[in-house]
Design a protein around this ligand. Structure first.
Ligand SMILES: [Cu+2]
Length: 512
């Protein structure tokens, strides 16, 4: 609302100014003084000169007061080079800027409107054209060549020190995850799939890879003075940008596309603080901390891609230690994520998983036909079906269904995967061993997606199992198949586990 009011006020103000201008013009043309334009033009000429002086004064003023607030000298070796490039470019731009501004405003003053002057007709001059084409071309070529040389030097993979430090940095809304390879100097493998990427393992680290066991996550980006570092960058959601302003490092983190940056810190955090303590602005006391500014100076990692609402929160401290010895001391204070967190939960999970499998055993059965069932489990469909058929106390009804437990379909299709063959074969053999038995096959899906499509898919899948059994020699007349879509769920559709249980093929004995 306030914005709207301010906007409205601005529009009104503009209209008023235009009207005042119009009235002014009208009153002048009525008074009929031919010299008034010339006078005005002279005044404008002087105003132009005043603006020129004011402009340069304001630039000088800002330089004096704001330059000390600019980012301090580069803290990395390649940073010095990029700074040099920057200053060379700035030098040329400044010269051109000063000359063109002087020319612009001086000409406006010198050649203001006058009834006694006649404009000089000057169509073109070849020499002049050549000069002002060639000079900028040469300057630009020099700048581009210098820039390319610096670029190729920074990204020269061959020239990299093999003994470099490696850090993995992963960006996501809205945090940085810094992974160090631990004492073995090697990162544990990452597997990007549904099984490995979980809320407690966002990077998808493969914990069964021994190299991952000493990896640790750090709260700060810790580097070593004069030791080259390779930062491996990645992102989990949108594009972020890894930015170390003091080191003149900036590289995008792109989901699905690993990037990296190689550089060498030149000054430790302490050395940088000592350097800053010699500069007047940094010596001033910061009222919020009560300390001289240089004392609380920290190198910083920031995201420089507008990546979302809390983008500003993507900050971390960067610490440059003086030498390897200090780094080793720091490493000792870091704990491996695997040792402290993962190991215990893995052990817990393992005992959970072992228990049920201890109760499940192989279901060994040789049918009357002499055929032995393959790969069947004591809690699988084969054993349940046979005990139902053989138990004279159990009557055929419409509610007793048994679920296939080793059937797999191609995603979204009714084609059975080859792994399913074993169980289908077992079922065919059971049907052959008990010739009186007739079955109804039911197909089911979970409730995600289009209900009509689900119904059609479940029907196709039930029929494809039926066709498979017929192919294996079971009479067509003993089997019926029907799809029920997402009806009759056996588990909660709200969880992935539940949905997996609901996507199934069941059978019911209709005659025995
Ligand atoms: Cu970001």
């Amino acid at each position: 609302m306030t914005t709207l009011l301010v906007f409205g006020a601005l529009v009104l103000m503009y209209v008023i100014l235009v009207l005042i201008g119009k009235t002014n013009e009208l009153s002048k043309s009525l008074s009929g003084n031919p010299n008034s334009y010339e006078k005005e033009s002279k005044v404008n000429g002087y105003l132009m000169l005043a603006f020129l002086v004011g402009l340069f004064w304001s630039i000088a003023f800002q330089l004096k007061h704001l330059a000390p607030l600019m980012i301090p000298k580069a803290a990395s070796y390649h940073g010095e080079e990029t700074d040099r490039l920057f200053y060379v470019t700035l030098f040329f731009m400044t010269v051109v800027f000063i000359l063109t501004q002087i020319a612009l405003f001086y000409f406006a003053f010198r050649y203001n409107e006058s009834r006694n002057k006649k404009a000089y007709f000057y169509s073109h001059n070849n020499k002049l054209e050549v000069v002002w084409t060639i000079i900028p071309s040469i300057v630009l070529t020099i700048l581009v060549v210098m820039g390319m040389r610096a670029w190729f030097k920074i990204f020269d993979v061959e020239a990299r020190d093999k003994n470099m430090q490696v850090v993995e940095v992963t960006a996501q809304q809205f945090k940085w995850t810094l992974r160090y390879p631990g004492t073995d100097g090697k990162f544990g493998e990452r597997i990007i799939d549904k099984e490995h990427i979980t809320p407690t393992n966002e990077l998808g680290i493969n914990w069964s890879d021994a190299k991952s066991h000493d990896d640790f996550f750090s709260e700060q980006l810790v580097l070593i003075k004069d030791k080259p570092v390779l930062v491996k960058l990645g992102a989990l959601d949108v594009i972020h940008s890894f930015y170390l302003p003091h080191f003149r490092v900036k590289m995008d983190c792109v989901p699905g596309l690993p990037t990296q940056f190689y550089f060498t810190p030149k000054y430790s955090t302490k050395e940088m603080q000592e350097y800053l303590s010699t500069l007047p602005w940094w010596q001033e006391v910061n009222p919020t901390t009560g300390l001289p500014r240089w004392q609380t100076f920290k190198y910083e990692l920031a995201c420089t891609e507008i990546c979302g609402r809390s983008h500003y929160g993507m900050q971390k401290e960067v610490v440059v230690l003086a030498n390897e010895a200090e780094y080793k001391e720091w490493m000792k204070t870091q704990t491996s994520y695997y040792e402290t967190t993962v190991k215990a939960t893995l052990a817990e999970k393992a005992t959970e998983e072992v228990k049920p499998t201890a109760e499940v055993s192989i279901f060994k059965k040789t049918l009357a036909s002499g055929v032995e069932l393959l790969g069947a489990l004591s809690n699988g469909i084969e054993s349940k079906l046979i005990s139902f058929i053989e138990d004279k106390g159990k009557q055929v009804d419409k509610t007793t269904w048994f679920s296939f437990d080793r059937l797999l379909f191609e995603t979204g299709k009714s084609t059975l995967k080859p792994e399913s063959q074993e169980q289908v074969k077992n079922m065919a053999e059971i049907l052959k061993a008990y010739p009186a038995v007739e079955l109804k096959i039911g197909g089911y899906t979970d409730n995600s997606g289009d209900a009509k499509k689900n119904l059609a898919l479940s029907d196709d899948r039930a029929k494809s199992v039926l066709a498979e059994l017929v192919k294996l020699g079971v009479a067509d007349s003993r089997l019926k198949a029907e799809g029920y879509g997402d009806q009759h769920p056996v588990a909660d559709n709200a969880t992935e586990e539940g949905r997996a249980k609901n996507r199934r093929i069941d059978v019911r004995v209709t005659k025995k």
